[in-house]
Design a protein around this ligand. Structure first.
Ligand code: DON
Length: 305
């Protein structure tokens, strides 16, 4: 496996120059666009890796499946779907999924910003601090590291340049889909996006989802299997935003990207994959990262279709 990962990594390295690191969160633009790393954790617990797989980066949108999972654990699927739908929007991650006078919650999903912001309001806790700490605990279990922290520079950078997310949140509030204090909700969202991980952590999270809620090393269950099916299904249809259909054809596995350049991928029953390469395409997905996943999928017959 290691040899294969090394070879594919070298084949994909040229694609790191075909994209651009995100700069609408200024701190993300400081990342080295030539970085490329991959980490795989098999369901039986075997670890394999290549490249810059231990470089730290922030979860960004890859926290969205964790927000969804925590909201599902706290409320169940019915309560969530009364607030946020499950259909693909076919639009960019930060799109205004609303008409002039209408905002139908069925037209957003938990993988786009509007849906993820609502997920923050569904996490149980007597304060936003408590909600966030519960989210951190679940994140620690998913990424296999209970010492995870927030990248303060990225958090402050996003918070001070978050006008679009503020607009989306106030729009949700004006339509009665979000009831809490917008700044408090967004602070939770921005902090969640700024949790620092590496490819190993993403691979671990992918492996837990692949094992339908069981940890890859101990087999201990951390959430019920039906929730893994729920999250994996939404990752498949919405995880790569308006690139999800093409990704399903080229790679064919549930995955979630983030504007930091990470991709967390799930091969049900077989493995979790973590990728990092900060140069993004127009849709906010890692160019070399998708290429690497495509090649890996072809070599190992990973597509579920
Ligand atoms: O809210 C934002 O814009 C970012 N914190 C996360 C967006 C993101 O990662 C989109 N992914 N490709």
């Amino acid at each position: 496996m290691e040899e294969l990962l090394e070879r594919l990594l070298e084949e994909c390295r040229p694609y790191t120059t075909a994209g651009k690191a995100a700069d609408y969160i200024p701190e993300l633009a400081k990342k080295d666009p030539s970085a490329l790393g991959v980490y795989v954790i098999g369901s039986e617990g075997k670890h394999s890796w290549a490249g810059d797989c231990r470089q730290p980066f922030t979860l960004q949108s890859m926290v969205k499946p964790i927000l969804l999972l925590q909201a599902l654990l706290d409320n169940g699927a019915c309560a969530i779907q009364s607030k946020v739908g499950v259909e693909a929007t076919g639009k960019p991650f930060d799109a205004i999924n609303a008409g002039e006078r209408t905002l139908d919650s069925r037209h957003i999903n938990p993988m786009v910003n509007m849906g993820a912001i609502v997920m923050c309001t569904l996490i149980h806790g007597s304060s936003y601090e408590e909600r966030f700490q519960r989210l951190m605990k679940l994140t620690g279990q998913l990424v296999g590291d209970d010492t995870i922290t927030i990248d303060q520079a990225v958090y402050l950078s996003e918070k001070s340049h978050g006008s679009k997310n503020r607009a989306l949140a106030y729009l949700l509030k004006s339509h009665g889909i979000l009831e809490d204090d917008v700044e408090e909700v967004l602070d939770c969202y921005f902090r969640a996006c700024s949790i620092q991980v590496d490819c190993r952590g993403l691979a671990h999270m992918g492996a837990v989802l692949a094992n339908r809620g069981r940890l890859p090393d101990s087999n201990r269950r951390i959430f019920p299997a039906p929730l893994a099916r729920y999250v994996n299904a939404i990752l498949m249809t919405c995880g790569m935003y308006d690139g999800s259909g093409e990704f399903a054809i080229r790679v064919g596995i549930p995955a979630k990207s983030g504007v930091s350049g990470g991709i967390m991928a799930v091969v049900p029953t077989r493995m979790g994959i973590g990728i990092y390469s900060p140069a993004l395409d127009q849709k906010g997905n890692s160019v070399a990262g998708i290429r690497l996943l495509e090649k890996l999928s072809q070599e190992l017959y990973l597509s579920i279709f």
